[in-house]
Design a protein around this ligand. Structure first.
Ligand SMILES: *[C@@H]1O[C@H](CO)[C@@H](O)[C@H](O)[C@H]1NC(C)=O
Ligand SMILES: *[C@@H]1O[C@H](CO)[C@@H](O)[C@H](O)[C@H]1NC(C)=O
Length: 604
């Protein structure tokens, strides 16, 4: 019997389980029995003949309405409250945090016994992790025809061919648009934009419309059939580039706004649902309880809105909706979506693109690139238009989040914010710079003075640290990914990953922010990190992924910290990321992800 019990505990609950009350309060044993479906559980049921009431509660779905989670010794619950205090226990009632602190305190005040679960030795709890900038449906799509890791153009073409061969419905339909994601020509031996002819040279692909998105989402490599749909191309596209050969003929790569020239695939409800499910499955496994989506288009927004009525969303999604110049201003004809899907879906921001992609020659600088004195990059939007629409979106009740990479682009956006914020309470508006990658020293101060939120991605810093100085020169590079300077100037940082552009794992972002080292412990400035003075403390990084991200989505009164009265979103981690050596952070596992007080991943 005791042997059986032990095995049962091990196989079903990685976290030790103990109940101080004789019976869980809300869910009667009948329901527990119904949930006990596996053969071994039934066997155990019979053999124990209901004598051991404690194990009936091992199914995580059967958590009673009220329960506590405690560390056995010491305090290992990082509450991220105002004082960054650390607690021994948290008490959940329904979906809300009822209390934190020592269990004895709760017991003194409440007569009824409390169901308690204990953390494993070494585990900790942090508030539910939030990703402030990511692309939900794109991540899910990425998972379908992933091109990341392809080492050459030929490799990439072969992956597309094999994908077609593996899908009978696609083989038979030569008009179906095939979409793939994640190629990266900077990883190829020949770092040139790929061509339509390279796709069409393959007999299986030949004649089919194919759209292949680059890893960072700014370039689209298309086949001849996909190109034919948009011909003849205009000479120029404002805020975009049509890559051409020596004779001026388009070769098959479209950058930024030139994507408009490509055919639009029609996605079925099932396509979209699959994408959403794939993302949520991975997100909960990594401890994410909330994701800010950096740019729904009309199709994805409508889909998400329908979803929010039809099926429960396991995580919280905070959506930005794109401003697209060809669609015109929509802030006065569309209504924000607030707390749909039981508080799991909100879309109340606009996402505007100021300039091009990160640290290519496309982001707009004040002065020419250090390694290319012929260009300063380019804007994707006319500053006049920016100055026109920003105050209107704000006046119509939308949070305004502007993608800005280059120092010039960031300055232009801050000019527009500054004008729009005169006489306005900034905390009612919470404008954000998405990326805020390269800032001049003056703008570093201005972002703090204005109260603009910097939504930054620490993993971008460790990807780009190897060539940042080459691109920008020794002075300007000091304003690149200068996270501590932004904080020290009084601005708030909301941290994100930009998945699928970078790894979804929030601990990768945490590690990058606190070390400024590659995952194997290297940087151009040695093992203390790239510009080590710009490292964040662990507390600052954790706040950026929890309470400050909540602030950036107007939810700091309900989410972002483990404080009585807030919703019980939290994560159990296998190691104490606030104390272990840096090189152990990435080995930390998520043991449970809890939303509204119930696990959506793992077990308690
Ligand atoms: C934070 O610390 C201050 C000073 O020790 C204390 O007065 C305050 O109650 C604490 N606040 C919280 C939320 O624990
Ligand atoms: C919204 O703004 C546009 C552009 O200024 C204007 O033409 C339109 O009449 C406005 N619509 C509503 C419903 O106010």
């Amino acid at each position: 019997m005791s042997e059986l019990r032990k095995r049962q505990t091990r196989s079903r609950t990685p976290v030790q389980t103990k109940v101080t009350s004789p019976e869980p309060k809300s869910n009667g044993s009948a329901q527990n029995v119904k949930a006990a479906t596996s053969f071994s559980t039934l066997l155990l049921l019979v053999s124990c003949a209901l004598s051991a009431a404690w194990w009936l509660t091992v199914n995580p779905r059967d958590l009673p309405e009220s329960y506590a989670v405690c560390s056995r010794s010491g305090s290992h619950i990082y509450t991220v409250d105002r004082n960054n205090s650390v607690a021994q226990c948290l008490v959940v009632q329904d979906s809300v945090i009822a209390d934190t602190g020592y269990l004895t305190r709760w017991k003194q005040r409440h007569a009824e016994p409390l169901h308690v679960r204990y953390l494993e030795e070494g585990s900790v709890i942090v508030p539910g992790l939030m990703d402030s900038h990511a692309h939900i449906l794109e991540y899910g799509a990425n998972a379908q025809l992933p091109l990341e890791g392809a080492k050459t153009v030929e490799d990439t073409v072969a992956i597309v061919r094999n994908y077609i061969l593996a899908h009978p419905d696609i083989i038979g339909d030569k008009t179906k648009i095939i979409e793939g994601w994640g190629w990266d020509h900077t990883q190829w031996p020949v770092q040139e934009w790929p061509t339509a002819d390279a796709l069409d040279a393959d007999p299986i692909i030949h004649g089919r419309p194919v759209l292949l998105h680059s890893k960072d989402g700014h370039a689209m490599w298309i086949s001849n059939a996909a190109m034919a749909a948009g011909l003849p191309y205009p000479d120029e596209v404002e805020g975009g580039i049509i890559v051409r050969d020596g004779d001026g003929r388009p070769t098959g790569t479209l950058l930024d706004n030139a994507h408009e020239l490509a055919p639009k695939p029609t996605l079925s409800e099932q396509d979209l649902s699959r994408r959403l499910e794939a993302t949520i499955k991975d997100a909960v496994a990594r401890g994410l309880t909330c994701v800010h989506d950096a740019g729904f288009n009309p199709i994805s927004l409508d889909f998400m809105h329908r979803q929010s009525f039809s099926s429960p969303l396991q995580i919280r999604i905070y959506g930005m909706t794109r401003f697209e110049e060809h669609r015109g201003y929509w802030g006065n004809t569309t209504k924000p979506i607030l707390n749909a899907a039981s508080g799991h879906f909100t879309a109340r921001s606009v996402k505007i693109f100021a300039d091009g992609e990160r640290l290519t020659l496309l982001s707009q600088l004040h002065d020419t690139y250090h390694d290319n004195v012929h260009t300063k990059g380019f804007m994707r939007i006319d500053p006049e238009l920016l100055n026109d629409i920003i105050p209107r979106y704000l006046a119509d009740g939308w949070q305004v989040n502007v993608h800005a990479i280059g120092d010039y682009a960031n300055g232009i956006v801050l000019d527009a914010f500054e004008k729009a914020l005169v006489g306005v309470d900034v905390s009612a508006m919470r404008p954000r710079l998405e990326h805020a990658q390269i800032l001049t020293q003056e703008d570093m101060q201005r972002i703090g003075r204005l109260g603009v939120i910097a939504s930054v991605q620490p993993t971008h810093a460790i990807s780009d640290m190897w060539f940042g100085e080459e691109r920008l020169g020794p002075e300007r590079v000091k304003g690149l990914y200068a996270f501590r300077s932004i904080l020290d100037n009084g601005a708030r940082l909301a941290l994100g990953s930009d998945f699928p552009v970078e790894d979804m794992n929030p601990l990768s972002g945490f590690y990058a922010a606190v070390t400024r080292l590659s995952p194997d412990g290297k940087s151009p400035h040695g093992t203390s990190g790239w510009f080590p003075e710009q490292r964040l403390t662990r507390e600052e990084a954790l706040r950026g992924m929890t309470i400050d991200s909540a602030y950036a989505s107007f939810t700091e009164d309900r989410l972002g910290s483990i404080v009585p009265g807030k919703l019980a979103d939290y994560v159990v981690l296998s190691r104490n990321i606030m104390e272990i050596p840096y090189d152990e952070i990435l080995a930390t596992k998520v043991q449970a992800t809890v939303v509204d007080g119930r696990p959506v991943y793992g077990t308690l």
